[in-house]
Design a binder for this molecule. Structure first.
Ligand code: F6P
Length: 434
């Protein structure tokens, strides 16, 4: 159970240097400023929730002397729209606002912090990054997998790094935490600041991760195509599989933005395939009546239908079997058995929704994240991420943010909206599944 103490962000030491930002006094954020965790007014049964986050923003006094500061940026895990926007924002903010001149880009994730991999860091300067927000992916390269924290901290020491910006999902952030622990153990003055990235939007205590908005937009385009295909044939069925390993946020939000989706299948809500009121039966009823349907499945949906495990990736994430292909086969078989001709079009835009350039919303978000990460780092904050909560930027200890994976609750207003938008039954569980 998390308590008030868990939400305290660590600092390397006292801030004694006057910030070079030269802002009007009211634009600086006090170290005591907090953002409430809960907004609901407690009823008579519950007390006020005292949990709150440290508010992000420029501090009047900072810890690191810009002239002496050397920063490094690393991007890890699967790519996401906006990675280059964040890198650009960090470099521009460090260079132009704080006057930090030494910035390195670590190549291919944490691998680049292990000299055994022979990946020389690259110098990051405004000239080299000014147009990178127009590109998908990350100019630094990325990778999955673990490296020995002792080796990585040796490298940081050898390079003379004072600040490490670690951009990635929960695996990356766990990696950043063990780096911060190793730094602490050695008594070094190196700040570690995480910037949460994942198109899945499943990071805890953060209302939105960057890349998610763009991924939703791209997924929604694929659903639009599926609808056109479905409407263009008699008994047309458009089936789209989108990413979402353990959380169905992309599927749910794209459904809500698209409005043509009839069935949204997510990992958090189990369904049956066969039997009365199971998914295939429900789909058949619709095809008989409406002669077309659009189905969206998140990659983690329906994993209980597979008997064999698909293994794990290099980050230790459980890989999933392909629910899209299974649904495609089972739907085809079902309608064949029933002698109902259908035209099924299967669209799998998986990597296409995350390799594109960030959309306008994500670009704005990423440039804020980069700037807030620099403010936090220069103030000597460490072992924390920059988050967003109630539309305010926050500092969240890494251990808090990685303590749980955000998922869609079947009892949430979000899932209710999906049910209302699609018109699918609340439950597609069958009592007589065969
Ligand atoms: O973590 C985000 C994500 O998009 C997941 O939804 C998906 O399972 C995973 O990345 C796939 O990444 P990769 O194939 O690069 O390991």
């Amino acid at each position: 159970m998390l308590n008030v103490e868990n939400f305290q962000v660590q600092s390397i030491g006292e801030c004694k240097i006057v910030s070079p930002l030269n802002l009007p006094e009211n634009l600086y954020v006090s170290n005591d400023a907090r953002i409430r965790y809960a907004t609901e007014i407690p009823n008579e049964t519950g007390g006020a929730d005292e949990l709150s986050f440290e508010k992000a923003g420029p501090r009047r006094k900072i810890f690191f002397d810009p002239a002496e500061t050397k920063a490094a940026v690393v991007t890890c895990g699967g790519i996401s729209p906006g990675l280059n926007d964040v890198i650009r924002s960090i470099v521009m903010q460090l260079y132009y606002k704080y006057g930090v001149r030494h910035i390195l880009g670590i190549r291919f994730g944490y691998k680049g912090l292990n000299p055994a991999n022979w990946l020389e860091p690259m110098k990051l300067e405004p000239n080299g990054v000014e147009r990178i927000h127009e590109l998908g992916g990350t100019i630094l390269g990325s990778s999955r997998g673990h490296e020995d924290p002792a080796v990585m901290v040796n490298t940081l020491e050898k390079l003379g790094i004072n600040i490490l910006f670690s951009i990635g999902g929960d695996g990356t952030l766990r990696g950043a935490h063990v780096i911060a622990e190793e730094i602490k153990k050695r008594g070094l003055h190196i700040a570690v600041i995480g910037i949460p990235k994942t198109i899945d939007n499943d990071i805890g205590y953060v209302s939105k991760t960057f890349g998610f908005d763009t991924a939703v937009e791209e997924a929604s385009n694929a659903m639009q195509c599926a609808h056109v295909e479905a409407k263009g044939a008699q008994n047309g069925i458009g089936l789209v599989k989108v990413m979402g390993r353990d959380s169905g946020f992309i599927a749910a939000h794209a459904t809500l933005s698209n409005l043509d989706v009839n069935y949204t299948l997510i990992p958090e809500v189990q369904f049956d395939l066969y039997g009365k009121s199971g998914f295939l039966d429900v789909l058949e009823q619709r095809i008989r009546k409406r002669h077309h349907a659009v189905i969206v499945a998140a990659e983690g949906a329906g994993q209980e239908f597979f008997t064999q495990s698909a293994g794990k990736d290099d980050s230790g994430n459980v890989l999933h079997n392909d629910i899209g292909l299974l649904l495609k086969d089972e739907i085809s078989k079902h309608f064949q058995q029933k002698n109902i001709p259908i035209t099924l079009k299967y669209i799998d835009p998986s990597y296409m929704i995350r390799s594109v350039q960030a959309n306008a919303g994500d670009s704005i978000f990423c440039s804020h994240l980069g700037r807030y990460a620099v403010h936090a780092a220069m103030a000597g904050k460490t072992d924390m991420i920059v988050g967003l909560w109630h539309d305010e930027f926050t500092h969240v200890p890494i251990q808090v943010t990685t303590s749980y994976r955000k998922k869609i609750s079947p009892d949430s207003a979000l899932w209710l909206s999906v049910l209302e938008s699609t018109g699918q039954p609340v439950s597609m569980k069958s009592e007589q599944a065969t």
